[in-house]
Ligand binder design. Structure first.
Ligand code: NAD
Ligand code: HSO
Ligand code: ZN
Length: 428
């Protein structure tokens, strides 16, 4: 069902879909942002009525609503959410950064302070599928970083948010939750309204409207990344199990018609076997239409001469998720340069990472793993640096620094360096 390509060293590495942008999207989103910036809550509610069918009767989820939702969720699911939260917390706790002080020169103290962001907005998608896992993956690193106030927004259907989403928010310690989604929610977080406080940074995945809104408000606030459709690239040799590999490809294909699933192997037998398995398993999926579209339009099976070439190709593609379905995957890990998250061995389906393993599932897509990283505690802190010199320490370097300034033609800089010196009698 997928065309099997033989890699000749020139196969286009630009296989993953670029960030989706439809015509008119930019203008439509700019209009929504203006409506919220100028109209505040009124503009926001108008947009909710227009794009989500109805405006919620009240914007903020009350503590009673939150508790009732939590109490209504299947206890088995609550226990799994708690377990996922514990694993995500354990992993992300290792990412904490310390401030430092450098005072190895007499009379000089240098330092860098790491501080949590004060207020962060978390977008949780709520259109076609529900992602309580994304609540945990985005909120927990923020809590670990020490963010003072975490504001969540998500679309409400008929005035209500899914109890599973609310339960995940309660477990993760989200501070306030608002029943708004889409570009209007991003605008409200960026500019603030009477009800929704302005935040310093907006994180979380969303559809094309959400992504475009994040792009347009970047600069006024920070954003995490523009996440495109899901991607998986599997490197496997002839010992791979076609049934398992096809299942892994379909796990990401079912996210989105634009999702990509790629197998790179040195085994023609495995390639053919996975192809047959894809066709066999697709009709078993409730989201067959989405997964079939993704596989048929953005699925690839690529044959390489050996595994080293397979990994070189993976590096060129810089996939969001990379599975090394090999018997000795650690032998190959050092060859990996560009990927969002790597899954090692034959017992590590990528879906483990979506929910439970602990590493983050908000990852760079569309080849951006070449220069960007998974969402982490780093996304929720900022730094400032500081410098202290005694008079003696300044005197020891002032002339050199002033000379440097003169070379740049900046004599006021030079003057400020020399004017404090004891011997600065000639400086007026
Ligand atoms: N990368 C990740 O970690 C990750 C995780 C979960 C979800 N996702 C992605 O997030 C996306 C979720 O999208 P979704 O649509 O289900 O939910 P969403 O919440 O992102 O978008 C729904 C909102 O879009 C707005 N909207 C819809 N049609 C509109 C229109 N014509 N004009 C203006 N606004 C409009 C509405 O306000 C609606 O509430 C998917 O693409 C999914 O793959 C990614
Ligand atoms: N695989 C998605 C990111 O590409 C994240 C996710 C959430 N739930 C299931 N999967
Ligand atoms: Zn997934």
């Amino acid at each position: 069902m997928i065309q099997i390509l033989t890699y000749d060293g020139t196969t286009d590495a630009d296989i993953f879909q670029r960030i989706h942008s439809s015509s008119g999207l930019e203008e439509a989103v700019a209009g929504i942002i203006t409506e919220v910036r100028e109209g505040g809550d009124e503009g926001l509610l108008r947009c909710c009525a227009r794009f989500d069918g109805a405006a919620p009767s009240h914007l903020e989820v009350t503590p009673e609503e939150l508790q009732a939702a939590f109490d209504g969720v299947d206890p088995k699911f609550l226990a799994i959410l708690e377990k996922a939260a514990a694993n995500i917390t354990a992993f992300h706790s290792c990412q904490r950064r310390n401030s430092f002080i450098l005072n190895d020169q007499t009379g000089i103290v240098l330092g860098q302070k790491v501080l949590p962001l004060e207020r962060v907005g978390l977008y949780v998608p709520g259109g076609t599928a529900l992602y309580p896992s994304s609540v945990l993956m985005n909120a927990l690193p923020a809590k670990i970083a020490g963010v003072e106030e975490l504001i969540m927004v998500t679309p409400a259907k008929e005035g209500n948010i899914s109890p599973m989403i609310l339960a995940a928010a309660k477990i993760a310690g989200v501070d306030r939750i608002f029943k708004v989604g889409g570009a209007q929610a991003v605008a409200a977080l960026a500019y603030g309204t009477e009800s929704i406080p302005k935040v310093d940074k907006i994180v979380g995945p969303g559809n094309a409207y959400v992504a475009e809104a994040k792009k347009q408000v970047f600069g006024l606030v920070d954003i995490d990344m523009i996440a495109g459709p899901s991607e998986i690239l599997i490197v496997a040799d002839g010992t791979g199990n076609p049934r398992h590999l096809a299942a892994d490809m379909l796990s990401q294909a079912e996210h989105d018609k634009l999702a990509s699933a790629v197998l790179v192997t040195d085994s023609p037998q495995l390639a053919a076997g996975v192809n047959l398995e894809l066709e066999r398993q697709l009709p078993l999926l409730p989201r067959e239409d989405i997964a079939r579209h993704a596989i048929e339009h953005h699925g690839k099976i690529i044959l390489t001469a050996n595994l080293e070439t397979a990994i070189q190709l993976a590096n060129r593609m810089a996939p969001e998720h990379l599975e090394l379905c090999l018997d000795t995957p650690f032998d190959y890990l050092d060859q990996v340069r560009h990927a969002g998250s790597v899954f090692l061995g034959k017992n590590c389906p990528e879906a483990l990472g979506d929910y439970l393993a602990g590493p983050n599932h908000t990852l760079p897509t569309s080849g951006t793993a070449r220069f960007s990283s998974p969402l982490s505690v780093d996304d929720f802190v900022k730094k400032y640096q500081y410098t202290y010199y005694t008079g003696e320490a300044l005197a020891a370097v002032a002339e050199e620094a002033a000379y440097f300034a003169e070379q740049e033609g900046l004599s006021a800089h030079a003057r400020s360096l020399l004017v404090r010196l004891e011997a600065a009698v000639s400086i007026p």
